[in-house]
Design a protein around this ligand. Structure first.
Ligand code: NAP
Length: 277
């Protein structure tokens, strides 16, 4: 039985889009041996840096963007070059669609067409809801959730046209189970999960996979702000009795981006040391 693809709507909506999609299906220039280029948002530091470096080890050239940490980004870029790979890095506010389009266009001109997008850029602005102002709500949703839409919206047509491509979105266990004082962050991270499952269904028939990685508590600048007392309080609820490392999240992203995960899509996989058991 043929499963109807929601992307068939593209054909009904636009003849031009159909033509381009169909050409992509037979394009002899698109071969699996082509050089692979990955985009990592929030790739300057923390988990994004670990992912960018791991993907370079896996053979990708890497485009990485950040908001302001130019020095950290340059260091990450240097590590990637040291692995013998090309790198394109620059500022891009993922909450702004125009900025995302500009960055991706420049990255593709420099490195070639993207084969993988990893949405890792994220911020927290925690407060109990009774104290949360609308700015903290909008900022966190803007970066964490609009950012995922902006990047996916920009890359997805190319992926469909070429009938290959992968997306890995970084959510959080907070988006699965909720966390007091993080209504904004949890809403954004839960939103990423719904978004990714819907998109996986839309683009799966075109050979494009979309998965979600949901880390628990990982040692980065984001969790540094919690302080030792919070980490101590958390410890008994983590089965492995330690915080995670950014490289441990990167290992899962690396697997999901690879052909070893060719039959995995629409999944939410937690890297959390058993915090949610
Ligand atoms: P981090 O160390 O604070 O790094 C955040 C990264 O996102 C930085 O590269 C930052 O760029 C970038 N960024 C922030 N806002 C941006 C924007 N508007 N546009 C573009 N880039 C932006 O955080 P992390 O701990 O590595 O977290 C990475 C991802 O994992 C986030 O999505 C986070 O929610 C998720 N996560 C983290 C944990 C954890 O325990 N650490 C747990 C679950 C999920 P600048 O350096 O220029 O600011």
């Amino acid at each position: 039985m043929e499963v109807p693809s929601p992307c068939d709507g593209i054909r009904l909506a636009s003849g031009r889009a159909t033509d381009r999609l169909n050409r992509g299906r037979q394009d002899p220039a698109v071969s699996p041996s082509d050089r692979q280029v990955a985009l990592v948002t929030g790739g300057s530091r923390g988990i994004g840096r670990a992912i960018a470096v791991q993907l370079a080890r896996d053979g990708f050239d890497v485009a990485l963007c950040y908001r302001q940490a130019a020095e950290a980004a340059a260091e990450t870029a240097e590590r990637i070059r040291g692995l013998g790979h090309r790198v394109f890095h620059g500022t891009c506010d993922v909450s702004e669609l125009d900025d995302v389009q500009r960055f991706i266009k420049a990255a593709e001109e420099d490195l070639g067409e993207l084969a993988l997008a990893v949405n890792c850029a994220g911020i927290v602005k925690d407060n109990p809801l009774v104290l949360m102002d609308q700015g903290a709500w909008k900022d966190v949703l803007g970066t964490n959730l609009d950012g995922v839409f902006n990047v996916c919206r920009t890359v997805v047509f190319g992926f469909l046209k070429r009938r290959r491509g992968g997306i890995v979105n970084i959510s959080s266990v907070a988006g699965v189970y909720g966390n007091a004082t993080q209504t904004n962050y949890c809403a954004a991270k839960a939103g990423i999960i719904g978004f990714s499952k819907a998109l996986a269904k839309e683009v799966g028939p075109y050979g494009v996979r979309v998965n979600v990685v949901a880390p628990g508590f990982i040692t980065t600048q984001m969790t540094e702000g919690l302080g030792p007392k919070v980490a101590e309080r958390l410890m008994p609820s983590i089965a492995l009795r330690r915080l995670g490392e950014a490289a441990e999240v990167a290992d899962l992203v690396s697997f999901l981006a690879s052909n070893r995960a060719a039959y995995i899509t629409g999944q939410v996989i937690q890297v959390d040391g058993g915090i949610t058991l």
